[in-house]
Write a protein that binds this ligand. Sequence first.
Ligand code: NDP
Length: 278
Amino acid sequence: MDTYCVFGHPIEHSKSPWIHARFAQLTHQSLVYHKTLAPLDGFASSLQAFQSQGGKGCNVTLPFKSQAAALATRCSPRVSLALACNTLKFDGQDIYGDNTDGLGLVTDLVRNAGCQLQGKSVLLIGAGGAAAGVLGPLLCEKPQQLWVTNRTVDKARQVVQRHAALAMAEGVDCLALSLQDEKLFSQSFDVVINASSSSLHQGQIPVPDSVLKQGGMACDLMYGPAAQGFMQWAEAHGAQARDGLGMLVEQAAESFELWRGVRPPTELVLAELRALLA
Ligand code: NDP
């Protein structure tokens, strides 16, 4: 049977094996998918061992996404911009890398949540691997404005700089701000996306309440209990709150399609996963 896996450290928490097993059942694909704890200093050798044992492809999560981008022999433009890769597909010695995080987020927002991004004002919080992965696909939706704010403003500047040509081509006002920038205190946004890991730290909210708009969308890429603080904050200020579970399922679907050439049904799998986690 064709074998896939997800590499990470830690990895025990990963829901990817469950999601891909369900996709395989629903699409009648014959495959196995497991989780692999790679040593912090041994991702490249773990990947090589998996490939030489006949593995067909893998997902990659923290903290190996940038190493995965460097190890790919070919990659999508999304990886070149994000410098982070969450999906690898093996073909002989060839390793093709893609980043499906942003496609997953956009599909979840636009299709699942009915939140169009075209012409909207969007605030992206964070400039780590997740933020870098979603920025390109968000720009491709042609929001009117997409501002990136991060605790370490230099990282926000770097990721915005890498995407400057894409932002210009899509006609998007894209700029980097510190979390203290006064512009953040004087504007509300149609869509606020928390791609930082602030929710892991006692539910801290890194931006002022004024960024939220009544009836707007506020999405934390985190899911499970850790996302509750951000979602409650958003709802308390009149915004529609969403967690990252839909993105998780949709990015997995993009990986599955890349490997198997078949689009799995995500709506059912997301509903089942949400029920399972509840
Ligand atoms: P990284 O470690 O690469 O980046 C973390 C980011 O969070 C940095 O921008 C960091 O800022 C910022 N940050 C950390 N702590 C705080 C804080 N207390 N206040 C404000 N900012 C903070 O992580 P990732 O980018 O890979 O992941 C970010 C989040 O996205 C995680 O919660 C992860 O679970 C989620 N995620 C969800 C996915 C999904 O499918 N739903 C997929 C991928 C990620 P600084 O640069 O200053 O350190």
